[in-house]
Design a protein around this ligand. Sequence first.
Ligand code: HEC
Ligand code: HEC
Ligand code: HEC
Length: 233
Amino acid sequence: MRLRQLTGLLLFSLAALAASCVKEVKDVRDIPEKSPIAVESVPYYQKGSLAFDTKESINREKDAAAEAIKRRIEGAGKIDFKIFDPWLPPTDVKSEKLAAALQFLPKDYYGYPDWTSAVQKGIIRPQASLPGKAETATAGQEETFDEDIVFEINDRLMYNVRFPHKVHNFWLSCKVCHPAIFKPKKGANVFSMYDIWDGKFCGRCHGKVAFQPKGYNNCRRCHSSKKKTMGIR
Ligand code: HEC
Ligand code: HEC
Ligand code: HEC
């Protein structure tokens, strides 16, 4: 009798335990809350930051949201006209619309003269100065520095940026860029793509005298160096 009672009790508690386990899984409220899955795959970047860490991203996102709301309240009524859609390509130009001297030059994807390719193909050979005048610009510059600089891009869908010193040094002397626009030290200049679109750093020339940072095919001229962690994993 006693044994049977004991077994009964044991079976009962086992059943109760099983029931409680099942309940734990079935009740939605008991499932521990997780971060939204999508956050893992959303590329996150912020000025001066190289954080890919999801936790930190979420925290920063929260701070950024609070900051954005604060700014919106403070600046209510003001409209930021600087925002534009960078994917919109530059307006196409037809060859016959260009100055006659430019019409025979190789063109980039949007029909603008491709100066780099014109030089590389030997189509033009600019002189350092007007004939008879003392040479200026890059003349007398002993220094050379032809290294490519790779900017590691904190965005999983963008290639890294390869900055070719050689192409630039052909047209410009070191002091055009150093130290006013860029400190001559890898990683010493903190800026983002928005600064470039805002006409700073690379944007001091690109978008003004050099090809525009607009349109997919122009993005690719700078964002040209493939990296290991591309896409969403
Ligand atoms: C069009 C602009 C431009 C011109 C012209 C230019 N540079 Fe640079 N230079 C850069 C940029 C951009 C960097 C990278 C800075 C960074 O990583 O933040 C750089 C980096 C450097 C570095 C640091 C490299 C390293 O690994 O730390 C040196 C040295 C340098 N440049 C020397 C020169 C010399 C010498 C000339 C002239 C012969 C020159 N640069 C012309 C834009 C330019
Ligand atoms: C002082 C002016 C100036 C600055 C600053 C500058 N560039 Fe340029 N860049 C030029 C000029 C001029 C050309 C050649 C003309 C053209 O291609 O439109 C050029 C060409 C290029 C090319 C074309 C190379 C090719 O093979 O077609 C790349 C890539 C490039 N720049 C990247 C950058 C990046 C990245 C930065 C910022 C880190 C930068 N440039 C800053 C003036 C500048
Ligand atoms: C003139 C060269 C140049 C062109 C053209 C260019 N980029 Fe960039 N981009 C850069 C450089 C340099 C950085 C790195 C800034 C840093 O981290 O210091 C960058 C960074 C970025 C980043 C990383 C986030 C950030 O703000 O730093 C994104 C995203 C980006 N670019 C998107 C684009 C898109 C989209 C286009 C075309 C519409 C484009 N870029 C065209 C040079 C260029």
